[in-house]
Design a protein around this ligand. Structure first.
Ligand code: G6P
Ligand code: MG
Length: 219
């Protein structure tokens, strides 16, 4: 029986995935590195420093900067990103998410957040959904980021549930891999091609219906 849902944030609950892309694109362009939406798919779900490393690798610039310089670049991107999220309000919940969360609460299903973002708690407050969640996995506590299963295993532990009692929802390929490796039923939001490893995939958050997900997860 499904007793818990573990959500990714950026690109699932709200469209901040787009803001991450815009901020990284600005940084990449400044460094003379091309970054397009296709490359950006590989950055989704990946921590700030690992994202920077991937961008530098695209430009063959991995060796160009010291650790301190890399920290400064990542910090600069984050300051840019923080400006973009200043205007986030409850209206920025993606289509269908408010209803899905309300349905989950009605069924007494426990909720956890499993986002790699250190900005996650602030965004949850701005979206007005922080109080709906029972627990948030602290990304700073992780030894390994997505696609490693650690973050979703911790989410289930923090909910005091077995992984087979949980559903995980993601928009990133690395995130789906993480959920699958944790032994959790994976729900993907995105194109069929991108979400081909998800146990159940929808193209848009408006299609995330609790009854459909529970039917698929308990089949
Ligand atoms: C999420 C996003 C990534 C982002 C990461 C770290 O996983 O999908 O695009 O890089 O969080 O976010 P942060 O806000 O800590 O830089
Ligand atoms: Mg995401």
């Amino acid at each position: 029986m499904i007793k818990g849902f573990i959500f990714d944030l950026d690109g699932v609950l709200t469209d901040t995935a787009e803001y991450h892309y815009q901020a990284w694109k600005r940084m990449a362009n400044k460094l003379g590195i091309p970054l397009d939406r296709e490359m950006n798919e590989q950055l989704k779900g990946i921590s700030r420093m690992d994202s920077l490393e991937r961008i530098l690798a695209i430009g063959n610039q991995t060796e160009k900067y010291s650790v301190e310089e890399k920290e400064q670049l990542a910090n600069e991107k984050n300051e840019d990103y923080k400006k973009l999220i200043l205007s986030v309000t409850p209206n920025d919940l993606l289509p269908g998410i408010a209803d899905l969360l309300a349905d989950l609460k009605k069924e007494n299903i426990r909720l956890a957040l499993a986002s790699a973002s250190k900005n996650g708690p602030v965004i949850m407050e701005k979206l007005g959904i922080a109080d709906l969640f029972d627990t948030v996995v602290d990304p700073a506590s992780l030894a390994n980021g997505k696609p490693d299963p650690e973050i979703f295993i911790k989410g289930a532990e923090q909910l005091q549930l077995k992984t087979e009692e949980c559903v995980g929802v993601e928009d990133a390929q690395a995130g789906i891999e993480s959920i699958n490796a944790a032994g959790i039923f994976s729900v993907g939001v995105g194109t069929k091609e991108m979400m081909k490893n998800a146990d159940y995939a929808v193209s848009d958050t408006s299609e995330l219906k609790l009854s459909d997900i529970l039917k698929k997860a308990t089949n």
